[in-house]
Design a protein around this ligand. Structure first.
Ligand code: COA
Length: 194
């Protein structure tokens, strides 16, 4: 199914309406609605992703929003940008001293449409692989790229996906009410070929 999929950068005038319909989660059996951490991601892509990517670019943070299309519309999407979030001490420690030529980016949001879920992760893996190559393309001068991800403590599908790409979990997200720490930090280091 993935061979009929075409990836490209999202464009405000062309893709806003399709993004509003992008559905990456649904109500689970016995629950009132979709898992909240997935619903949040869906709302992000539907309402904010295009504006946020454009703003990030305007502010010099290199925001990218890439979408995959199949015959039914948007099949997957991801966003990444230069890391702008303040890192917690434990993550800073893991990052260590950054030499000249080292940069940090964040793989911010990534989702596949529900019709591609529970299919062994093929499209999710394609999206992550493409995101990592796109990140390399966006940082042509970098000798080392630290790619961060933040994952909700409940988002097992996302954690499994990052593990498949050798992302390392640096901190664990914890459920409320332990402050605003639902998100755990993950890191993948890329040394692009010279
Ligand atoms: C993260 C993601 C891309 C990984 O895709 P994947 O590797 O193909 O993995 P799947 O989505 O198939 O994961 C399977 C799990 O999702 C559940 N699932 C499948 N279809 C679902 C749906 N329509 N709605 C909610 N959950 C669903 C499965 O039951 C399974 O859970 P289990 O392992 O507890 O049985 C994908 O799960 C996704 O798009 N999630 C929603 C957005 C999101 O949370 N993104 C990550 C943070 S930015």
């Amino acid at each position: 199914m993935t061979d009929a999929i075409h990836w490209r950068e999202a464009v405000k005038n062309r893709d806003t309406v399709a993004l509003r319909r992008f559905t990456c989660t649904t109500k689970r059996e016995g629950k009132k609605g979709p898992p909240p951490h997935e619903d949040q991601v869906q709302r992000y892509f539907r309402q904010h992703a295009i504006t946020a990517a454009n703003r990030s670019r305007d502010q010099g943070n290199g925001g990218r929003l890439m979408i995959a299309e199949d015959s039914l519309g948007i099949a997957a999407a991801y966003t990444h940008q230069r890391l702008t979030t303040k890192l917690p001490p434990k993550v800073l420690l893991a990052l260590g001293f950054m030499g000249a030529g080292e940069v940090t980016r964040e793989l911010c949001f990534l989702a596949v449409a529900t019709r591609h879920r529970s299919k062994g992760g093929a499209l999710a893996d394609d999206a992550v692989a493409r995101a990592l190559y796109d990140i390399i393309d966006c940082e042509p001068e970098a000798e080392r790229i630290h790619v961060f991800g933040q994952v909700d403590y409940n988002n097992k599908a996302s954690m499994k996906m990052l593990e498949r790409f050798n992302f390392r979990q640096l901190t664990q997200g914890v459920p409320p009410p332990t402050g605003d720490q639902r998100l755990g930090w993950w890191l993948h280091v890329i040394d692009p070929p010279p």
